[in-house]
Design a protein around this ligand. Structure first.
Ligand SMILES: Nc1nc2c(c(=O)[nH]1)N[C@H]1C(S)=C(S)[C@@H](COP(=O)(O)OP(=O)(O)OC[C@H]3O[C@@H](n4cnc5c(=O)[nH]c(N)nc54)[C@H](O)[C@@H]3O)O[C@H]1N2
Ligand SMILES: Nc1nc2c(c(=O)[nH]1)N[C@H]1C(S)=C(S)[C@@H](COP(=O)(O)OP(=O)(O)OC[C@H]3O[C@@H](n4cnc5c(=O)[nH]c(N)nc54)[C@H](O)[C@@H]3O)O[C@H]1N2
Ligand code: SF4
Ligand SMILES: [Mo]
Length: 743
């Protein structure tokens, strides 16, 4: 017997684009460029060999047979394959007249995967300027915007969200996050389980505040099963205790804060005894939590979607961060620290001119008058901006990597809106529940064909580091890079036509970046010369890296980094753990951390404690290890196993409402109803039910053949888009009041 040994495989290192943990992967391909295996890259300086099932399936993700390989264009009502010139010509034919009449009649939604895609990250600004519309939407208003608003108010810069220092903390309090499943977010880490194990091995404690006994809560030393939507009151109880028991100690923030007296007055009414009942946590537990946070040298309170996706999202995130400040954990090792990302951030650049106070509402939505926040409008407003007749109606929409028919609140209304559009152009690899409404679908090739660099996510990493990955394989014949697709869209928005030369726009972007770098470095433009040949993402990245905090500053710092140098380190370069840098970070007009901004105090004045309504349960969300929001359900190795989208109901509620395990429940909210399989589980507290989002792959016009076998149910049918956090416009996607019945 002869054994054929195939020596023609090769292994390349790649950053994983599927979540914020940013693992380094080793991808092995055969001579025909097929992916043979994906493993964790043991030599990766950041992830050290870790990977999860999603990363291990990256080959299957990219090679999913349902991915589109050609553009689709609607002809006589049907989506048909078209050539790229035909597809761009059609996008131009549909969008240009709308833009010529009213820029604001065309909206853009920039979805989650774009944050993991260097082409988008580099071109986002130009795309928005080229479109020139105020109708700008993203998942931020159903995700992290309350955290950005908090950072803008407290520290003067929205991206200054401090990261919990997992490596050395001794008390880690997670509020409304499930990092053992999500791998974390704005503070993500590869191998979160290993990091939490190490925390406990060094004698530290993990406390999880969550209405569900999630994987993270199950691994905790203490699980506080808070009532959904009431974390604000729990945190106000903690703040009250810190003042009442004289536990405030600012440590490194001493002398750098404003508003302490106002803060004390604002929380005076929220003694633990007053808030205990509403949040379902005993008063003495709240008091003990406050004391522990105050006396522990290295402690960090961290919050994610459980704190943001409710009607008090910003107040909750503010209260959380203020607890960190008052206990002296801000800007301390083992507490929360600010990154110094390799391509720089607003706070690594020198101060130019006086700081402006944070304001919102530079423009408003047409129908409900929701204010702009950090340049965005609430996603919850998009459907009504399309559906409501009148001058200024949104008639065109461009969606970059988003499945808004499943991700946005009130899916029925969103789908009605999608059907009403005069023009829908989607940049997306799938024919899914959203793109099936499109007039033009422009499919990008898989992630393995592109340069990978986590431009956005280094801002929230556990360490200061960088890794650049070259494409693992070539773009298939007949496809265009996402870079080129986006540049061509810019040309269309700018009225330069579908056949304009994308290289011209690429050059313009590079020239404008060069000018701004010259200004910040006080250099002559002629000194700012890219060190990599050609156009594309690499040129812009090189300019950004070299002008960043570790860069060679175009020769002024010869030992510094450039893209060419980074290319020599496919396992990444570590610039060290995060270090205190508060003085550099604070960019408020006063130069101090603003603990009690008027916008917050006003909102706090108007807050009412929630009351429970008899017969009503509170619906919360959950994530799944093998999903990524609404996609990956079509990827065969990730689709295996039992149904993941059942309604979790506590045994007590199941008995009360006559629901059987494995039976069906009819769930009704203010905006919709769904029928969903029931899983009776003590993982959720009594009075709480949970459903994941992103399911409901039952649209016959989509082409998601694997997902359609286990379509699941779309939870956002129940999400009421009219309930928003007033300070950020973020939708309440947790703590949704619902009624349940057998059915
Ligand atoms: N495997 C996987 N990983 C992902 C994703 C995915 O879809 N799958 N999505 C990525 C994205 S886009 C994001 S933004 C991050 C999100 O990262 P996380 O926020 O860590 O993810 P979730 O699982 O949504 O965690 C929210 C937690 O809040 C709890 N919760 C709900 N309501 C409340 C409440 O009122 N109070 C409190 N205290 N808790 C509450 C829920 O039970 C849940 O455990 O995950 C990212 N990572
Ligand atoms: N009820 C409820 N709803 C939620 C949430 C919740 O917790 N509960 N979470 C919210 C959050 S945090 C988020 S971030 C949003 C996410 O919602 P979306 O922004 O819609 O993001 P995804 O669901 O990840 O959709 C990704 C889309 O991008 C496409 N895609 C994948 N890769 C690429 C690529 O390389 N290029 C391009 N152009 N497209 C690509 C996929 O085919 C898919 O259509 O959902 C939100 N919705
Ligand atoms: S944890 Fe995130 S980055 Fe790491 S392999 Fe899994 S999906 Fe990829
Ligand atoms: Mo998200």
């Amino acid at each position: 017997m002869t054994t054929h040994i195939d020596t023609s495989t090769r292994t390349v290192e790649r950053g994983c684009p599927l979540c914020e943990a940013m693992c380094g992967l080793s991808v092995t391909l055969d001579a025909a460029d097929r992916v043979v295996s994906v493993r964790g890259d043991a030599a990766d300086v950041y992830s050290k060999g870790y990977l999860c099932p999603k990363g291990a399936s990256l080959g299957a993700v990219d090679d999913d047979p349902d991915r589109l390989t050609r553009p689709l264009v609607r002809r006589d009502g049907e989506l048909c394959e078209a050539s790229w010139p035909e597809a761009f010509a059609e996008a131009d034919r549909l969008l240009s007249p709308l833009l010529a009449e009213d820029r604001n009649s065309v909206a853009a939604y920039t979805g989650n995967p774009t944050g993991h895609n260097v082409a988008f990250s580099l071109l986002a600004g130009r795309l928005a300027r080229s479109l020139g519309s105020i109708q700008n939407y993203s998942p931020a208003t159903m995700d992290q915007l309350p955290q950005y608003v908090t950072a803008a108010l407290l520290f003067g810069e929205s991206s200054s969200v401090p990261v919990p220092d997992l490596a050395t903390t001794d008390l880690f309090v997670v509020i409304g996050g499930n990092p053992l499943v999500s791998n974390g977010s704005l503070g993500a880490a590869p191998d979160y389980r290993g990091k939490l194990k190490a925390l406990r091995e060094r004698g530290g404690r993990l406390v999880v505040v969550d209405p569900a006994r999630t994987a993270t809560a199950a691994a905790a030393d203490e699980h506080l099963q808070v009532r959904p939507g009431t974390d604000l009151f729990l945190l106000l109880g903690v703040l009250h205790t810190l003042f009442a028991e004289d536990l405030v100690r600012l440590r490194d923030a001493d002398g750098r804060v404003n508003g302490l007296a106002e803060l004390r007055a604002a929380v005076a009414a929220y003694a633990p005894g007053t808030v205990a009942e509403v949040c379902g946590i005993p008063a003495d537990t709240i008091t003990r939590l406050a004391r522990e946070l105050a006396i522990t040298d290295r402690a960090a309170v961290y919050g994610r979607l459980g704190t943001t996706l409710n009607r008090h999202g910003t107040l909750t995130c503010w209260a959380l961060q203020v607890v960190n400040v008052l206990c002296g954990h801000l800007d301390r090792p083992g507490g929360l620290l600010f990154t110094r990302p390799v391509t720089g951030s607003p706070t690594t650049r020198k101060v130019t001119g006086p700081a402006r106070p944070f304001t919102v509402g530079r423009f408003r939505t047409r129908v409900s008058g929701y204010p702009e926040v950090l340049g965005e409008l609430p996603v919850a407003a998009l459907a009504e901006e399309i559906l409501t007749p009148g001058e200024g109606r949104v008639r065109g929409l461009v969606v970059y990597g988003g499945n808004i028919a499943r991700s946005l609140p009130d899916s029925a209304e969103v789908q009605r809106a999608l059907a009403e559009l005069d023009a829908l152009v989607c940049v997306d690899p799938y024919l899914n529940e959203t793109t099936r409404h499109a007039d033009v679908i422009l499919p990008p090739p898989g992630s393995l064909t592109r340069d990978h660099f986590d431009l956005v996510l280094y801002q929230f990493a556990q360490r200061n580091y960088a890794r650049f990955s070259a494409p693992a394989r070539a773009i298939p014949a007949g496809m265009l890079s996402e870079w080129e697709i986006l540049l061509r869209l810019c040309a269309i928005y700018e009225g330069r036509g579908p056949e304009a030369d994308p290289d011209e726009i690429d050059d313009e972007i590079a020239a404008s970046l060069t000018r701004s770098i010259a200004r910040t470095l006080d250099a002559d433009e002629s000194e700012i010369v890219p060190g990599v040949p050609g156009r594309g993402p690499r040129r812009l990245l090189d300019l950004r890296i070299r002008s960043g905090p570790y860069g060679d500053a175009f020769g002024r710092n010869p030992a510094g980094l450039s893209l060419s140098r980074l290319l020599e380190y496919p396992h990444g370069v570590d610039f060290g753990g995060l270090e205190p840098r508060l003085a550099e970070v604070i960019r408020t007009p006063s130069g101090n951390v603003e603990l009690a901004p008027p916008m917050i105090l006003d909102a706090l004045d108007r807050v009412e404690m929630p009351r429970s309504e008899p017969g009503t349960l509170l619906l919360i969300g959950r994530r799944d290890l093998r999903s990524k929001n609404s996609w990956l359900h079509n990827v065969t190795p990730l689709a295996k196993g039992k149904d993941r989208s059942a309604l979790r109901v506590s045994p007590v509620d199941a008995a009360t409402y006559g629901l059987d395990d494995g039976g069906t429940a009819l769930v009704t909210s203010a905006v919709g109803e769904i029928r969903v399989p029931v899983l009776v589980s003590d993982e959720v507290a009594c009075g709480v039910v949970s459903l994941p989002h992103g399911w409901g792959h039952d649209d016959p016009h989509a082409r998601l053949r694997t997902a359609a076998l286990k379509p699941g149910v779309n939870s956002n049918t129940l999400t009421d888009g009219s309930v928003l956090d007033p300070l950020s416009g973020t939708v309440q996607m947790n703590a949704i009041p619902v009624r349940v019945a057998a059915g």
